[in-house]
Ligand binder design. Structure first.
Ligand SMILES: Nc1ncnc2c1ncn2[C@@H]1O[C@H](COP(=O)(O)OP(=O)(O)OP(=O)(O)O)[C@@H](O)[C@H]1O
Ligand SMILES: [Mg+2]
Length: 282
């Protein structure tokens, strides 16, 4: 389960030059402007190990916390220029990918928002396997071969968000993530999506997450309850510098679900009783 601890505000600009299909050119291909028809879809195979609590258990406390996180981030978006969010953590296996996928569903859940998840962990990509998808070309292919990111993205059904997976293996992930081409790619996709969630490697021991800082508007730091050392969290925040980390998501906090389930059990039984009384009167 996850919990938002703090929220501050931050935004940074994007580069101007574009050599992929521009948002303007892309939207010329769209008739009604409300859909992304040229993006094809892929069917996910959702399993327990996918850990998609927002999908599997939408009335759980964890799913509720993801929706609360969405609401808090939407407030920040309304207050400034917040569109692309970097998800990282101080150490490996803290739950970045789990949080990215569930948050993407929380954002996409109301059907009003187009959400793109970019898998910028080019070293240990897991999304395709996690979601039981057939592999396709992704971010690394956009950055090395000039593949258009919009045509490389796919809508993941039935989850409702779009995914640009890591793509084929590369020898120089840090350099690719530092490249001007990535800045241009993000400029293009930010014209087409309401939210861009960038799943990345941890801040230590490799530099990939830190080099992504100038390419995202803000960062959510995922902390694994009982696992991530506090000093490592402080160190990660310090490395990003003031204002960039807009929230900390505490992943894996056990023990609150029972109380929450009990509250909802009472709420639903009261609501059901009220409904049947109203129906009897009518
Ligand atoms: N709240 C949780 N409770 C139990 N297991 C979890 C929880 N969150 C994540 N996991 C499991 O922990 C492992 C790591 O999760 P995840 O892949 O989301 O972390 P990550 O930070 O993206 O890892 P990496 O640093 O390798 O990219 C996965 O096997 C996942 O299923
Ligand atoms: Mg991951």
């Amino acid at each position: 389960m996850s919990h938002v601890f703090e929220a501050l505000c931050k935004s940074e600009g994007h580069a101007e030059s574009v050599d992929f299909l521009s948002p303007e050119a892309f939207f010329q291909t769209i008739e009604n402007g409300s859909e992304l028809p040229s993006i094809s879809s892929e069917k996910a195979e959702i399993r327990p190990e996918s850990r998609l609590v927002v999908w599997d258990n939408p009335h759980s406390l964890a799913a509720d916390r993801y929706r609360l996180l969405r609401i808090n981030l939407e407030k920040l978006q309304g207050a400034g220029k917040l569109r692309s969010l970097l998800l990282t953590s101080a150490s490996a296996q803290d739950g970045k990918t789990t949080v990215a996928l569930n948050l993407a569903m929380a954002f996409a859940g109301d059907g009003k928002h187009k959400v793109l998840v970019i898998e910028a962990d080019l070293r240990c990509p897991t999304m395709i396997r996690r979601l039981g998808l057939k592999p396709w070309e992704g971010l690394s292919d956009c950055l090395t071969n000039g593949l258009d990111p919009i045509s490389a993205a796919r809508r993941v059904e039935p989850l409702g968000f779009y995914l640009l997976p890591a793509g084929g293996p590369v020898e120089n992930p840090t350099e690719l993530l530092q490249s001007e081409r990535l800045t241009q790619l993000l400029h293009v996709v930010s014209g087409c999506f309401d939210w861009i969630l960038i799943d990345s490697p941890p801040t230590s021991p490799i530099a990939d997450a830190l080099v992504l800082k100038p390419r995202a508007d803000a960062c959510l730091l995922v902390v694994r309850s009982g696992k991530t050392p506090r000093e490592a969290v402080d160190d990660a925040i310090r490395q990003f510098g003031p204002g960039f980390v807009v929230g900390i998501v505490l992943n894996g906090l056990e023990g609150l679900d029972r109380e929450y389930s009990e509250y909802y059990r009472k709420y639903y039984s009261q609501a059901k009783a009220k409904k049947s009384t109203t129906a009897t009167k009518a």
